[in-house]
Ligand binder design. Structure first.
Ligand code: TYD
Length: 209
């Protein structure tokens, strides 16, 4: 069977971690060998960048943030993702390029065409492998924020206002519209089993299981 690269995306509090846990259990049950990873981070060096990127005290420009996200991604791709896929393993990644379009392109850049071009350019130049399937867990922004507020201390992104996350949400809708075959929208409302079932349906349908 072909190694698959699957990314998960969504605004704060949509339940990505739980949905990924559920998928990993299913893959294990099917005897599929996989690597679970995340962005920003996933490799030793990228995890160091993650610490800086998420620290509330970090003060950087939007361009610096964008470039660091891609520096982290570049290392992660070379050190972890591509070797795993080459070894025939599936890669399940918590966030990938669509987070950059949504957070840097729409959240920070307000969907400005010049900013979107910058992000798109970085993807084209530095990301040699796109996910086969991207699961966009879609939930009304306010519901997600309420869920996320129950968790621990807010990182640099979680401190943003509702308007920021509404733009991020718009960014995901844009990505879905641009490439509906890869970026699949999954309704993230309902209980854990319902969402897990929806995710599994998309994956089994698209990954020749
Ligand atoms: P994380 O704790 O993983 O957030 P979540 O639990 O919501 O997935 O933090 C990652 C943060 O980094 C998240 O707020 C989104 C942001 N991010 C970007 O802004 N651009 C990117 O390219 C990536 C990968 C993440």
């Amino acid at each position: 069977m072909h190694a698959r690269f699957i990314s998960f995306e969504g605004t704060e509090g949509v339940g990505k971690t739980t949905a990924i846990n559920q998928l990993c259990q299913r893959l294990q049950a099917q005897g599929i060998d996989f690597v679970r990873t995340r962005e920003p981070g996933g490799s030793d060096f990228a995890e160091q960048l993650r610490t800086l990127l998420l620290a509330p005290e970090t003060q950087i420009s939007d361009d610096t943030e964008l470039l660091l996200m891609f520096a982290a991604r570049c290392d992660h791709l070379q050190q972890v993702i591509l070797p795993a896929l080459d070894a025939g393993k599936w890669v399940i990644c918590d966030r990938f390029i669509d987070s950059s379009m949504a957070y840097q392109g729409f959240g920070r850049g307000c969907g400005d065409a010049l900013v979107l071009d910058k992000v798109q350019g970085l993807i084209q130049q530095f990301v040699s492998r796109l996910p086969d399937i991207t699961i966009w867990l879609d939930l009304p922004v306010i519901e997600g924020i309420e869920r996320a507020a129950k968790r621990s201390v807010a990182d640099r992104f979680e401190q943003e206002a509702v308007a920021f996350f509404s733009r991020v949400h718009q960014g995901y809708a844009y990505q879905h519209q641009q490439d509906p075959k890869r970026v699949q929208r999954v309704d993230a409302s309902g209980d854990v089993d319902e969402v897990a079932q929806r995710v599994w349906q998309v994956i089994s349908h698209n990954c020749e299981l």
